[in-house]
Design a protein around this ligand. Structure first.
Ligand code: PLP
Length: 398
């Protein structure tokens, strides 16, 4: 009662628009997989800012990079060159295997950029009459909060009263390749999919879905764009989730962990056949590709590789999911996911209540759906720390 945490939470509630309903915990310090509140209570962070905190809180190499860069130059705009952008994009293209990258800031902006690329490609390369290009998206998707992104959403809460929404969008059920093929017309520019739906409740598609989607897009001259903002950079136990399926998309969007948990950094990657649609003046962002973001992203990519975080994600994810299944926790229907993107599906819609109980027991996780809890800890988590998390989870569920 009357604690510093309560005072600060009330203050935020008083002044902040009510577009979120945070769990009642106030974080004032973080290190690695742990965070603390002002009263000194310690919590394990098993949400990792929706996978944006994959490197763990205040990763020393990333903090170093931001400190070093702020001592030199932070923002130039793209009106001029800066000495950090080239090295950043060279590294990003090497990592993703694409010829070109376009830097933005938030995930939603990367999605907007990818949509613009697909539409422009359709009109200028494929030959769709101008203004007629269509995009296919999957039901239950999450691609951000801009008007374009919510125009693709199938969630009523996400879209209600925000219209008029964007035209030229076709929705197909996620995981159904036949439905995808049927939805394609002469005017289809591209297909936008999350390889695993994160916000949708860690929905893993059938094993052959993406390879079939790839094949369909090739046959029908349609671009395949994968939104890897949440699944990318090691989250699912591979550097990119598409690697699980033995395919390469035409376009990917990245964000979240690209910013190393300190700074919003996003990008769209594609080959020149697509990226060449962007010419001088056709797209931009004041902060996109700024030196601070570039320095942070370089450090974030280096840390992933140097500390073998992707391998750790695969190993710890497998261990964590195997244990969760073995435990046969009461009220748990099934456990699904890949790497350290784990969804626990409950028999009843009590994911919010369970999240509150986990919080009280010292573990931060959040309901992705009323009946689904997502566990997505930092990729640096150790087996001992997974065991510690499991102990808390068992206590709450048994
Ligand atoms: C989080 C997310 C976004 C939006 O990213 P923001 O940085 O919040 O704009 C888009 N797509 C996917 C798959 C995401 O998980």
């Amino acid at each position: 009662m009357g604690s510093e945490s309560e005072r600060l939470m009330k203050l935020a509630e008083k002044w902040c628009a009510r577009n979120y309903e945070p769990l009642p915990v106030c974080i004032s310090k973080g290190e690695g997989v742990y965070v603390w509140d002002p009263e000194g209570r310690k919590y394990m962070d098993m949400l990792s800012a929706y996978s944006a905190m994959s490197h763990g809180h205040r990763h020393p190499k990333i903090i170093n990079a931001i400190v070093e860069q702020t001592g030199r130059v932070t923002l130039t705009s793209r009106a001029f060159h800066n000495d950090t952008l080239g090295p950043f994009l060279e590294k990003l293209c090497a990592l993703t295997g694409f010829e070109k990258a376009l830097p933005m800031n938030t995930g939603a902006e990367a999605v907007e950029t990818a949509l613009k690329a697909m539409r422009k490609w359709a009109h200028e390369v494929k030959g769709v009459p101008d203004g007629r290009a269509r995009i296919i998206a999957a039901a239950n998707n999450f691609h951000g909060r801009t008007i374009a992104a919510i125009s693709m959403s199938t969630s009523a809460t996400t879209k209600r009263s925000f219209g008029p929404l964007l035209d030229g969008i076709d929705i197909v059920p996620f995981g159904d390749a036949d439905a995808l093929e049927s939805a394609i017309t002469e005017e289809t520019a591209g297909v936008l999919l999350e390889p695993i739906q994160g916000e949708g409740g860690v929905v893993v598609p059938p094993d052959d879905y993406l390879s079939r989607a790839r094949d369909i897009c090739d046959r029908r001259n349609v671009l395949l764009c994968l939104d890897e903002i949440q699944t990318g950079l090691g989250r699912t136990g591979k550097m990119f989730c598409f690697e699980h399926y033995g395919i390469r998309p035409d376009i990917i969007t990245l964000g979240k962990a690209l910013g190393g948990g300190v700074f919003p950094v996003s990008a769209v990657c594609a080959n020149q056949n697509v990226m060449s649609v962007f010419t001088h003046g056709t797209h931009g962002s004041t902060f996109g590709g700024n030196p601070l973001a570039a320095a942070v992203a370089i450090a974030a990519m280096d840390a992933l590789r140097d500390e073998r975080m992707v391998e750790n994600s695969a190993r710890m994810g497998e261990y964590f999911m195997a244990k969760l299944r073995e435990l046969k926790l009461p009220g748990v229907e099934l456990v699904r996911g890949k790497g350290l993107l784990v969804g626990v599906v409950l028999e009843k819609p009590e994911a919010h209540e369970k999240s509150l109980e986990l919080l009280a027991a010292g573990l931060l996780a959040k309901d992705a759906r009323p009946d689904i809890i997502r566990f997505a800890p930092p990729l640096i988590i150790t087996q001992d720390q997974i065991d510690e998390a499991l102990e808390i989870i068992v206590k709450v569920f048994k």
